[in-house]
Design a protein around this ligand. Sequence first.
Ligand code: B1M
Length: 212
Amino acid sequence: MPGVLDEIKQAVIDGNAGAAKELTNKALAAKVDALEIFQVALIPAMDEVGRRMQAEEYYIPEVLLSARAMRTSSEILKPLIAGNPNMKPAGKVVIGTVRGDLHDIGKNLVAMMLEGASFEISDLGINVTPDQFVAKVNEVKPNLVALSAMLTTTMMGMKETIEALKQAGVRSSVKVMVGGAPVNQRFADEIGADGYAADAATAANLAKSLVA
Ligand code: B1M
């Protein structure tokens, strides 16, 4: 049923959560497989949103609307997909804004793009201490730890978190990705991160390549 899948994809790209919900239910009523909706409509839609963001055709409001539409549809699909052996998440990610830092808009965008790229997300929120990152890593055994910072005064929290992961003996079992306005590739290299992304769309692509 390619027509309705194209329509769902377009609804997500357009950021139309109402249409995404209605069309997802319509597709399910027509016996379209939930996994197929995910793989053929939702993931390609978020890929396109990422492309538009990088091309500066989409800005934050459009991305937030698309992410909300994607979530509306994926909340309907997730219970139907759970247990399907073909539904492999791209990987698990523990994400958070580092200690002392209360900014979360960019971090949330990154989390949404990663979710759109079919990563399983554990979002620790803001003001996350190195110990909290370590505890979550021990609990969920992620492939990737994603650290966000928006202040020059908090970016060293990324280094401290990497050190804490080393101390806890789990650094080699995860990749660490960093980002946020004051962060750049040089800083990422200096603190021993595995990757740096300048924006949410790049972060999703980087995450895919880091866990590949
Ligand atoms: Co604050 N703030 N703020 N602030 N704030 C900035 C960051 C600042 C640049 C403003 C300024 O002075 N021009 C400045 C930092 C200066 C510096 O350190 N160099 C600043 C300051 C100083 C402060 C306070 C200290 C102000 C005060 O109290 N005196 C205070 C600190 C509080 C704290 O954290 N302890 C503070 C507080 C706040 C609010 C709470 C009021 C609010 C945050 C609300 C919230 O997040 N829920 C706020 C806001 C909104 C901003 C600005 C205006 C906007 C930030 C934002 O959300 N941008 C910001 C100025 C600005 O940027 N114009 C500013 C939109 C967002 C989508 O972009 O976060 O950059 P961004 O995320 C991008 C990329 O950076 C990247 O992808 C995202 C999407 O493309 N990215 C990643 C982010 N994380 C990533 C992780 C990755 C990869 C990419 O991988 C893991």
